[in-house]
Every structure is written in C-alpha cells, then in structure tokens.
Write a protein that binds this ligand. Structure first.
Ligand code: COA
Length: 576
C-alpha cells in the first residue's frame, strides 16, 4: 500500500511507524507539514492509498481530507480531543490512557474512530510516556486501522455515535496557570506531576531569584529536606528544591528572556550565581535500586555481572558526562565480575555528543572537539576491555555517536521497539567519530556504507537482520531487562567464558596489527576537524537549527520519496 505520512517532523513516533510499515512491505513516503500548497502537491505527486498524520500541529487541508482517507494519530482515549491530551492525562492523574486513530474531517479530533488502544499510565515525563506507552499503542492502533481499511468493509463510528465506552472529552490547550507550582503549599508529588506534564515541551514556568525559567528533568528526593521553596543541594547539573513534605531535583532549565532565544541546558550551567553557596551532595556509584534521588550514572551487581546505567537527559552526553562515565566504567572494570552490561538510559540509550552544551560554549568548535574526544576515550576503553565480556542493552533508542558507542560492546541486544539512527550526516554532513570506521564494517561489512548514506532509522529487527545488533526481544523495557538479565547470567556462568575472552583478545590483537585504533581515530578526527574548524559551516548551522528548534522549511529528499521520483522524471524529461 502507498502510505503518505503528513507530519510536523520525523520524530520518534513517526520514525517507529515508518520502520513498522516499511518492514511490512508498505511503500511509505514522508512530507513535512510546511503549508497547504506543499501538502497538496505532495499528495498529488505520491497518489497515496492512505494518509497518516502521526504528529501534526495544524489541520489537514480540506481539499485533501475530502478526497483521501486521512487518519490522525491522537495520543488520547476515544472521545478525548485538544492539543494537550497527554498533559491533562498526567496532571489529572489518569490511571489509564490511550491512542486513537481517527479520520480527519472538519472538526479537530472528532472524526470517526478507526482504531484505539489503551494502556496503563505510569508516573513519568510526558516525553517518556510518548516515546514508550504511546508509541507502542500507536503502532498497534495504526496496524489495526490499516487492516480494517484493507478489508474494505469497516465502518468507523464517530465518538458519541453509538459507542458505549466513550470516556474522553475535549480539553483546551493547557496554560501555564493550569500547572503553576506553589512551592509553599504543593507537595512533592504534585510538583513532580506538574513538571512531568510539560516535559519535554513547553516546560513549567517558575521563578528562581529574579528570573523566569522553564523547568525540566525532575525527580523526587527521598532524604534531603529543607524549608519549602528553599534550594538545598546541587549534584552535577541539577539542583534540589524543598517542598512542604519532601524535595524535588531539577536537572534542566530554559531561561525565559524576552527578545532572547534560549534553549534547554543543565540547570547548574544556567543558575551559576544562585547556586554559588548551595552544597554539592555527592552520591556513590553503587546504591540501592529503590533510592529516589537525582542520579545519572549508577551501578548494580547481580551475581558475576555488573550493570552500568547512564541515564542522561535526552541521551545527550557532554564532555563532563563522558568523562564521569569513563571514570565509572574504569571502576566497574576493576570489579571481580565477568560481564559488564552497559544499560544506557530508560528512554534513550545514547544520542552522542551534547549539542546544547556545545551551542552554549564560548567556542562551540572547541567544545565539539573536547566532547568528541571524550566520547572517543570512552569508546576506546570499552573496545580495549580484555578482562570482561561487554554487553550493550538498549532499552531506548540510540542515535548518531550514541549508536556507535553501543557497537563498542561485544554483544548488542535491543528492545524490539527500539529505533536506531546509526549515521551522522543529518547533522550538517558531520563525518562522525567514535571509531565508527572500525566498528561498523566489523559488524555489517559493505552494508555500512548504505546505512551511513541512507540516513534512515533502522528498526531493531532490521538491525538484527543485517548483523548490526545480535538480537532483539521484549514487549516493553521491563520485559527486555528481565530477558537481558537471564542471558547475561548464563553468559557469566558459561564454561566457555574464558575461551570467549581469549578469542576476543586474539581478535583485538589481530585487528590492531592490521590497523591500529589510533589510526582509525586520527583519520576520523581529521575529518571532524574540517566539520568543526573548516570553511564549510554546515555542522554549526545544522546544530543551531537543531538546538533552537528552527522549523523545517522543506522535506529532505531521503524522506520525501515522492519528490525524488518527480525530480528524476523532471531530469529525464529535460534530457528528452
Ligand atoms: N544533544 C542535545 N540534545 C539532544 C541530542 C543531542 N545529541 N539528541 C537529542 N537531543 C534532544 C532534542 O533536542 C530533543 O529535545 P527536547 O526535549 O527539547 O525536545 C530531545 O532530545 C528528543 O530529541 P528528538 O529529536 O525530538 O527525538 P527523536 O527521538 O525524534 O530523534 C534523534 C532522535 C537521535 C534522531 C535526534 O534527536 C537527533 O538527530 N539527535 C542528534 C544526534 C546527533 O547528531 N548527535 C551528535 C553527533 S554524535
């Protein structure tokens, strides 16, 4: 089936649907929602059987929905409507929520329902629910809608038109006043819920000192206490603020400054002066699984396996975070265990160097250089590990350098729903480092070139088929982790463990003899130097656009396949 995605951007949900539908043989093309004229043109060029709007912020032009079946993916239960669906569900403490696939008509979110799937709500950020529960439910609902459409006899009903279980209702856009924090009266749970309802976007507005900020990346603290509203501690990029009954950590802020374009940054980078006298409260690497506090890197041991977690906000890894992770990794390597499992974060395993921190630096080129070198040091330490077998366990997606960081491990497992973006070119033709020129061919051979050039997301199943990863399984993160734990326990106890280690050492020696790691690194970094310091500013421009969320003004041709075909036709017509 020819399926066109009309979408605001190629975000995580759209990427996952793209992966699922192409995997099933559908011919999928993508058009960004730029304006009505461009949308109409895209539909005319592609002549789709079906149009999906997985992530749209504007209404579909009437000319299109009147002549084509357009199905909107709405992150809400049947009957729910409005632009702040998940925000209200979180703020109102809904215990169950859902995704509805409905037909576009003249009324927003009120068209006939083609499919709906519900899920149990979890306490978490809006973006985390979106990337996990909403995405999984959306995949099921979209596949069901396609099946019903193909059957040809399905008659969708409008909510309210005879549907018995319609619990949802229309909600207006959520305003800042709906989730404003009152630090003197709100308890920690309420504060957390308010911040979560607006994380990743738009963020809850709050005053700190004389200035206003948007707050993100919050979590509860279980032992530090203070006067309600007081800032009582800092740790790495975050600060801790007391509530009347407990305390909340806040990891990221965006300054609100009229006339100034700002972006999210680690809180302590933004609040330097306010935090000058706030005590730094450190945390040991290893601590109880149940502790509630701000933690980016932590470690657990189970039998003869060590699990190293690195849950960096949005998977972005700054120079300082890479260095801290490397120190942690070195400590973990000293432990008398046999397997090290790199667990990454819950939502993202890793997304490579920290583009926001780089943008904020006085010299973004110098900071890019420091950051990529810190990443390379970390990758090198993993590749060079000859005391343990290493496993990368991807609960969440990985992109760019983060995907290649995973390839440094001996075994790579991913949750089935994970989407990988093992390429750099979307960031202004960045060449990339992280030893990818060594790690990618050793896994996929010649196919590496195609993966890098295509710049497309790769689902876990396709990644397994081409050898990029070893296996994928698990219906959700918990199920995936449970299966990883049993595989890893077996690996650690395997009688052939020593033999496997010896083979690994031999292979490394052989590889080093044919071309040294230093050689790979030097070659890659020479190219990166040109990206950072050369005449072509593409990387700096792309990073600026990414960090400042500059809206798309056209759809790249690697996504808009309908435009590629038309260009080819145009070219051949000219030749004739
Ligand atoms: N540095 C800083 N922030 C990053 C980041 C990075 N490397 N990668 C992702 N983010 C942030 C985004 O800005 C966004 O922030 P928000 O919370 O303000 O919305 C958030 O993470 C989610 O990213 P988004 O692009 O919306 O997620 P996605 O799942 O739709 O797409 C990627 C995932 C990996 C394809 C996309 O984020 C990306 O291209 N990231 C940049 C990767 C990169 O080029 N790294 C540098 C080279 S190693």
């Amino acid at each position: 089936m020819r399926i066109l995605f009309l979408t605001h951007s190629f975000n995580s949900l759209t990427q996952r649907l793209y992966v699922e539908l192409t995997e099933r043989g559908h011919d999928v093309s993508i058009e960004y929602d730029i304006n009505d004229v461009v949308t109409v043109e895209a539909v005319r060029l592609f002549q789709p059987d079906l149009i999906f709007a997985p992530y749209l912020r504007r209404a579909i032009p009437e000319e299109i929905w009147r002549n084509h079946l357009c199905l909107v993916v709405h992150p809400g239960i049947v009957g729910d409507g409005g632009p702040s669906a998940l925000d209200w569900a979180i703020l109102n403490g809904a215990t169950e929520w859902g995704v509805t696939v409905l037909q576009a008509n003249g009324e927003m979110d009120a068209g006939p329902v083609w499919a709906s799937v519900n899920f149990r709500m979890r306490e978490g950020r809006k973006s985390s629910l979106y990337r996990n529960e909403v995405t999984e439910a959306a995949v099921t609902a979209v596949l069901l809608a396609i099946e019903r459409f193909s059957r040809g006899d399905y008659v969708p009903l409008s909510p309210g038109a005879g549907q018995a279980d319609v619990r949802g209702q229309w909600h207006p856009l959520m305003n800042q006043s709906d989730r404003q924090i009152d630090w003197s009266t709100d308890d920690a749970r309420t504060v957390l819920r308010k911040i979560n309802s607006a994380d990743g976007s738009p963020g809850v507005t709050d005053r700190l000192g004389k200035e206003l900020f948007h707050l993100y990346d919050a979590c509860e603290e279980d032992s530090l206490r203070g006067k309600a509203g007081e800032i009582i501690a800092r740790r790495h990029g975050a600060f801790c603020r007391a509530t009347r009954d407990g305390a909340i950590w806040i990891g990221h802020l965006k300054k609100i400054a009229p006339g100034e374009r700002t972006f999210k940054l680690p809180a302590t980078l933004v609040l330097n002066e306010i935090l000058a006298h706030v005590p730094e409260v450190s945390l040991s690497l290893e601590f109880s699984r149940d502790r509630k506090t701000y933690k980016e890197i932590w470690y657990e041991e189970m039998g003869e396996a060590g699990y190293l977690y690195f849950d960096f906000y949005n998977g972005a890894m700054s120079t300082e975070q890479c260095r801290r992770l490397l120190e942690a990794y070195k400590q973990v390597r000293q432990r008398p265990t046999r397997v090290i499992v790199l667990m990454g974060g819950h939502d993202f395993w890793s997304n490579g160097i920290h583009l926001n921190s780089i943008e904020a630096a006085s010299s973004p080129a110098d900071e890019s250089w420091r950051n990529i070198n810190a990443m390379d040091d970390l990758v090198e330490a993993i590749i060079m590990t000859d005391t343990h077998l290493t496993v990368a366990a991807l609960r969440g997606n990985a992109g760019a350098g983060g995907a290649f960081l995973a390839l440094a491990a001996d075994r790579i497992y991913a949750r089935t729903g994970v989407v990988l973006n093992p390429h750099y070119k979307n960031m202004g033709n960045l060449y990339g480092s992280e030893y990818w020129t060594y790690l990618l061919p050793r896994r996929v051979g010649e196919r590496g070139r195609e993966i890098m050039e295509n710049r497309l997301p790769l689902g876990a199943k396709a990644a397994k088929r081409c050898g990029l990863i070893d296996d994928c399984f698990g219906k959700d993160a918990d199920d995936f982790v449970a299966q990883v734990e049993s595989i890893v326990a077996a690996l650690a106890e395997d009688v052939s463990h020593e033999t496997q280690l010896k083979e690994k050492q031999l292979q490394r020696t052989k590889d080093e003899t044919s071309k040294s790691l230093l050689h790979y690194r030097t070659e890659e970094l020479e190219r990166m130097k040109l990206n950072f310091y050369g005449f072509d500013p593409s990387y700096h421009v792309a990073r600026y656009n990414f960090v400042f969320r500059v809206p798309n003004s056209w759809t790249p041709l690697h996504l808009a396949r309908h435009r590629r075909v038309s260009r080819k036709i145009a070219v051949s017509t000219n030749e004739i």
